[in-house]
Design a protein around this ligand. Structure first.
Ligand code: ZN
Length: 200
């Protein structure tokens, strides 16, 4: 059965996709390339440095990033399939993070300074990656997304307290959008996520 995906949109907390573990991608085809391109466009449009598939409602192990920022540095952009971190080093450093699924919410998060990782690219090549500082932070933030983990889970006690009002507001907006019929019920979204897993 051919499932036609609607244009991708960034989902916001507490959309169930953000807690739904992504399935490994099993192959690269024209559809996947088009999705990667759409994700990059969304990331640039919202001025993000990275965007993971669960953030556009797709339960797949895939993220896009460009630590150099905008479209003017497209040579720095990357699409990673089935990424996993093999080693963390350099100790933990604290840095401010935001997330396109939590617009406007910035908090300090501790992350390993450097990571080694492996991932496939859109050519189906297995890459060995070594990154540090901002790139390592993006890698850790985005791979967390693929396992249903979010930066809010890593806030300090103080960061959590400072974010409580913002999170309550996101939850309120989400429920109101559901009441207005702009978003489907969580049970229906979960059913669709399970269907979409099969397309990975
Ligand atoms: Zn994020």
């Amino acid at each position: 059965m051919e499932i036609v995906l609607p244009p991708l949109k960034i989902v916001k907390y507490p959309h169930p996709s953000l807690r739904h573990k992504g399935r490994p991608v099993t192959g690269v085809d024209a559809k996947l390339r088009r999705i990667a391109e759409e994700m990059l466009e969304l990331m640039y449009a919202h001025k993000g440095l990275g965007l993971a598939a669960p953030q556009v409602g797709l339960p797949w192990q895939m993220f896009v990033c460009n630590y150099a920022g905008g479209r003017e540095n497209r040579d720095m952009e990357a699409v990673y399939l089935n990424p996993f971190i093999t080693e963390k080093s350099g100790g933990l450093i604290e840095g401010e993070e935001g997330c396109l699924s939590f617009p406007g919410l910035f908090q300090k998060v501790k992350r390993a300074r450097a990571v080694k990782a492996m991932a496939y690219n859109l050519e189906g090549e297995l890459l060995e990656i070594e990154v540090s500082d901002l790139s390592a932070r993006i890698w850790q933030h985005e791979t967390d997304h693929l396992h249903g983990e979010l930066y809010i889970d890593r806030f300090s006690e103080a960061g959590r307290a400072a974010s409580r009002a913002a999170l309550t507001a996101f939850e309120g907006e989400y429920r109101q959008a559901q009441e207005r019929g702009e978003l489907q019920a969580d049970t229906e979204i979960e059913r669709q996520l399970t269907e979409l897993e099969k397309l990975a």
